[in-house]
Design a protein. Structure first.
Length: 141
């Protein structure tokens, strides 16, 4: 189950997010949707980076049966900008960011792996019929 805290006016396709979550895990996920100002504050407080970002993930440590997998924070401003820039729906953009964040919760890290996260993202977006992934877009410039 996804526990959603939506601090914005952005409408979320919860059915799609539930399907994506169940593709990977039965554990709960806490999802916060905020604007660039809030995600910048979180990025500064947790990573020492004083700028907004599209998605942040915070896995919870431990393996207790009813413990959530972790927290994902997504900026609605990045969702809107990405949808406009790449000419697809906000639902698709949100799903791409959610998948990216979820993979980080599951231990994937594109900054240090040998393409495993990119391959998993590609597999998932193809299975869900989504547009190009976040990692692919960054790599292509």
């Amino acid at each position: 189950m996804i526990n959603i805290q939506n601090d914005t006016q952005l409408e979320i396709n919860t059915q799609l997010l539930d399907k994506i979550t169940l593709y990977f895990t039965k554990k709960d996920i806490d999802l916060q949707i905020c604007d660039n100002d809030v995600i910048r504050e979180i990025n500064q407080a947790t990573r020492g980076k004083d700028y907004p970002t599209d998605v942040l993930s915070f896995p919870l440590e431990g393996d207790f049966e009813h413990m959530p997998l972790g927290d994902i924070v997504i900026s609605c401003d990045f969702v809107k900008e990405g949808a406009m820039r790449y000419n697809h729906s906000m639902d698709d953009e949100f799903a791409l960011l959610f998948i990216h964040g979820l993979l980080h919760l599951l231990g994937f890290d594109h900054e240090i792996d040998n393409g495993e996260m990119r391959a998993k993202e590609k597999e998932v977006i193809e299975d869900f019929g989504l547009p190009a992934s976040l990692i692919v877009r960054v790599e292509e410039g």
